[in-house]
Design a protein around this ligand. Structure first.
Ligand code: PNS
Length: 165
C-alpha cells in the first residue's frame, strides 16, 4: 500500500494545471484526496459544492483513485480526520516558493511534525496558469479552452453572465 496523499486548494475554478498535477500524483499513490477549502473569509466565484463538481467533471472517469472532499478549518485537522500524512502542492514559479514554504512549515509545526509536504513542479505549458488568471480571462470574454477543461467552460461563462446581470 502506497502512502495516501492530500492535494488541498481553493480550486476556484480548477485549471488544466491542477488537472495535470492530479493526474501525475495519482500515478504515485493508491489514494489521492483532493481537499477543497470551504473558506468563508475568501470571496470565491464558486461555492465549495460547485468547485467539487467542477473538479469531478474536469477529471472524468479517467482517474480512479481520486476522491474529492470539502474541508473547513485547518488543513492539518482534515489530514488527521482522513489519516493522511502527506500534503501535495504544485510549484509553478520561484514566487510560489516563499508562500509554499510558509504553508509547509506551518503545517509541519501544527501537526507536531507528523505531516510532510511534497511538491510537484508544474509542467512547462501550465507554469503561467492560475485560477485568478482564468477568472480574469473569463470576465473579459477571452478564450478559456487553453486554461480549463472544456466540460466546465459553460459553468464559468454562466457565472460571468450572472455577474453582468
Ligand atoms: O489554492 P490555494 O488557495 O493556494 O490553497 C491554499 C490552501 C487551501 C492550501 C491553504 O489556504 C489552507 O490549507 N487553508 C486552510 C487553513 C490552514 O490550514 N492554513 C495553513 C496554516 S499553516
Amino acid at each position: 500500500m502506497k502512502e495516501a496523499i492530500v492535494y488541498p486548494g481553493s480550486f476556484d475554478p480548477i485549471t488544466k494545471g491542477h488537472v495535470d498535477i492530479i493526474k501525475r500524483a495519482a500515478g504515485l499513490t493508491d489514494k489521492l484526496i483532493i481537499g477543497v477549502l470551504n473558506n468563508s473569509a475568501k470571496k470565491c466565484w464558486f461555492t465549495p459544492e460547485e468547485r467539487k463538481a467542477m473538479i469531478e467533471q474536469s477529471l472524468g472517469e479517467e482517474v480512479k483513485n481520486v476522491e474529492v472532499k470539502i474541508f473547513n478549518g485547518l488543513l492539518v485537522d482534515f489530514m488527521a480526520e482522513n489519516n493522511v500524512k502527506v500534503i501535495l502542492r504544485g510549484l509553478r514559479t520561484i514566487s510560489d516558493y516563499e508562500y509554499e514554504l510558509q504553508l509547509a512549515i506551518g503545517n509541519s509545526t501544527l501537526s507536531r511534525k507528523t505531516v510532510e509536504t511534497v511538491f510537484i513542479p508544474a509542467s512547462q505549458e501550465y507554469a503561467h496558469l492560475s485560477s485568478s488568471m482564468v477568472r480574469e480571462v473569463a470576465i473579459n470574454n477571452g478564450l478559456l479552452d487553453m486554461f480549463v477543461s472544456s466540460e466546465i467552460i459553460p459553468q464559468i461563462q454562466h457565472r460571468v453572465a450572472q455577474f453582468k446581470d
